[in-house]
Write a protein that binds this ligand. Sequence first.
Ligand SMILES: *[C@@H]1O[C@H](CO)[C@@H](O)[C@H](O)[C@H]1NC(C)=O
Ligand SMILES: *[C@@H]1O[C@H](CO)[C@@H](O)[C@H](O)[C@H]1NC(C)=O
Ligand SMILES: *[C@@H]1O[C@H](CO)[C@@H](O)[C@H](O)[C@H]1NC(C)=O
Ligand SMILES: *[C@@H]1O[C@H](CO)[C@@H](O)[C@H](O)[C@H]1NC(C)=O
Ligand SMILES: *[C@@H]1O[C@H](CO)[C@@H](O)[C@H](O)[C@H]1NC(C)=O
Ligand SMILES: *[C@@H]1O[C@H](CO)[C@@H](O)[C@H](O)[C@H]1NC(C)=O
Ligand SMILES: *[C@@H]1O[C@H](CO)[C@@H](O)[C@H](O)[C@H]1NC(C)=O
Ligand SMILES: *[C@@H]1O[C@H](CO)[C@@H](O)[C@H](O)[C@H]1NC(C)=O
Length: 639
Amino acid sequence: MGSQVLWFLLLLTLTTFCKSKSCHPNDLKGLQDFKAGIHSDTSGRLGKWKNQDCCKWEGILCSNETGRVVQINLPGLYTSGDAPVQSTMVGELSPSITLLNFLEVIDMGELVGLTGEIPPSIGLRLPNLRKLNFLGNKFSGALPESICKLSKLEELYLQENGFSGFLPSCIGGLKNLKRLNINSNKLSGAIPESITSLISLESLCLQDNVLAGNMPENIGNLQGLKELDLSNNSLTGIIPRSISKLNSISTVYLNANQLEGKIPLPSKPGQFSSLRFLRLQNNRLSGTIPASIGYLTSLQRLSLANNQLKGPIPSSIGNLKSLTELYLTYNQFVGQLPRSIGRISQLLLLSISHNMIEGPLPQEISSLSNLQSLDISFNHLNMSAIPKWLKQLPSLSRIYLAGCGIRGEIPDDLQVLAKSLMEIDLSANNLSGRIPAWIGSLSWLYSLNLSKNKFVSEIPSTVTNLGNLGVLDLHSNKLEGSVNAIFQMKSRFEGGSLTYLDLSDNSFSSVIDQIGMGGQENIRHLNLSRNFLRGRLPTSIGTLKSLQTLDLSYNGLGSNLPTSLANVSTLERLMLQKNQFTGRIPEEYSKLKKLKELNLSDNLLEGKIPYGKPFLEFPQSSFSGNRGLCGIPLPPCKA
Ligand SMILES: *[C@@H]1O[C@H](CO)[C@@H](O)[C@H](O)[C@H]1NC(C)=O
Ligand SMILES: *[C@@H]1O[C@H](CO)[C@@H](O)[C@H](O)[C@H]1NC(C)=O
Ligand SMILES: *[C@@H]1O[C@H](CO)[C@@H](O)[C@H](O)[C@H]1NC(C)=O
Ligand SMILES: *[C@@H]1O[C@H](CO)[C@@H](O)[C@H](O)[C@H]1NC(C)=O
Ligand SMILES: *[C@@H]1O[C@H](CO)[C@@H](O)[C@H](O)[C@H]1NC(C)=O
Ligand SMILES: *[C@@H]1O[C@H](CO)[C@@H](O)[C@H](O)[C@H]1NC(C)=O
Ligand SMILES: *[C@@H]1O[C@H](CO)[C@@H](O)[C@H](O)[C@H]1NC(C)=O
Ligand SMILES: *[C@@H]1O[C@H](CO)[C@@H](O)[C@H](O)[C@H]1NC(C)=O
């Protein structure tokens, strides 16, 4: 009897003890203060933080040995059950977070709405921190100096916030740092020299900042570095040559800065031996491509575009057996393309436009059987004909041969590429003859630019089959007949695929039957200027719901302006000058609030110009030369 009572009492004490079990008071206070600072949590995770045992709270992990909180895992994107949840938290980070002084991991990435600063005492209070993730929030302020004391820190993600100020010069104190990402903030100043002592760093990513100043000389000390991304900043000076000693590095992105001097390349084989991705485009690099480029045998993608590089392309480039993409556009390269180019058998993309490369192109290009995209536009090639080897490239889907000095007609045997071609640019050549009817069989064709040539023909009716066509530029040729086939295109997509149509500066002479009925709802740019088009502008023009630019100037179009055009609320530029439009300007056109450019001059329009925006914003010359327009900005109408 007595023992039963005892057992009961024991059980009672045990349950009460369990009920009132509480985590360490510092941890509890730190987390409660954190919760109090957050006024919105769409995930509802903090709402469940109720009892005193914070070790059981969602997102909290305690150590079995010490009983102290070691991890706070509250990422914005997490899985609940099996479903991914994207949540946000709004509020200010409480500095009490530093009370949790056994913390090893803080993950509050992509919560979007956290504000505040990194607590200045972080380095003293959280000595065990291994990972700090504040990515994608609204944190601000400078990075506190004490951060450098976090000697166990391996991963620091602060990208996409509003941090400002300099990178602390003591950053080199973070001896265990493997990943550092601070891109897209407002940091300024130079990269501190000490960063080069972060010898275990695997990835350094400071892109999209406003970092300015020189790159540190001894960057080559970062021997463990695998990824270096300092792109899209304001870095100046030269690229330290020691960088090529980084033998573990596979990614170097220094593009979009103001770097000068030569391309950093190894002086002997074996250096830079893991390098796979090298982006140096959009800088001010000068000098030539040295023959030692051929040592980079792991290189897969190389971009040197938009610099001031000169000299010939060295034949050692043929040693880059792994190369898949080569971008050399907008430089001053001269000489011929080396024959060794044919040995880069993995090459998918070759882009050398806007240089001064001379012809003839080597026959060896025809062995690049994987090539998908070839851009050789605007060089000094003087090719005279479309090269025969082109049709031996079975994977080719994009060819840009603009400004290559090509004459004569488009050869029929190019049809063999019909199955793969998606983009063709033969503009700014001296091509003549007809646009071949087989163009209509290029069923994947997305973009066709034949502008600035001497084509003399009608638009072949087969274009109605081009169900993927998005961009068609035929301007400045001698094309004639009807434009209507284009507007009957049977698009594979609802609303149409065509976004850009330029038939201007030709000799088209038809009436425009119907626009938009075949589905051109996505067209943004329509230029039919400088032709001999006649008749009225069809009411169906009002169905082009995305139209931004409409240029029908210098034609023979007449009758009234269609009121339906007022429904095209996206319209920004309307050029109808030098036609024979009659009647009044529809009052409804005042609905065109986005209109920035308007020209109705030299028509036969009459009556009062609608008053108010947007008409008030245009000069007299937008309305002059009509039969009887009056009102602002022209002289007042007679009563
Ligand atoms: C604590 O112990 C539990 C169960 O014994 C185990 O699942 C968990 O991984 C341990 N946690 C740590 C941090 O060691
Ligand atoms: C470069 O950074 C700016 C912000 O500093 C950003 O707006 C822009 O999109 C970035 N450009 C690229 C190509 O990443
Ligand atoms: C281009 O090539 C043609 C022959 O194919 C030649 O007559 C002409 O002089 C060349 N033009 C230039 C500028 O080299
Ligand atoms: C077509 O080529 C011309 C001349 O090369 C160029 O000016 C124009 O922008 C190109 N059209 C499109 C839509 O890219
Ligand atoms: C076309 O040929 C004429 C003369 O044959 C030449 O003057 C002109 O520069 C050439 N145009 C282009 C774009 O190659
Ligand atoms: C339309 O084409 C003509 C002739 O090619 C050109 O002068 C004009 O600038 C183009 N209009 C627009 C709005 O781009
Ligand atoms: C403008 O669009 C509305 C709604 O789509 C339509 O009812 C109206 O007839 C259109 N107005 C003109 C003038 O086409
Ligand atoms: C309108 O077009 C006429 C004729 O081309 C031109 O003289 C005038 O400057 C243009 N006005 C505006 C505002 O574009």
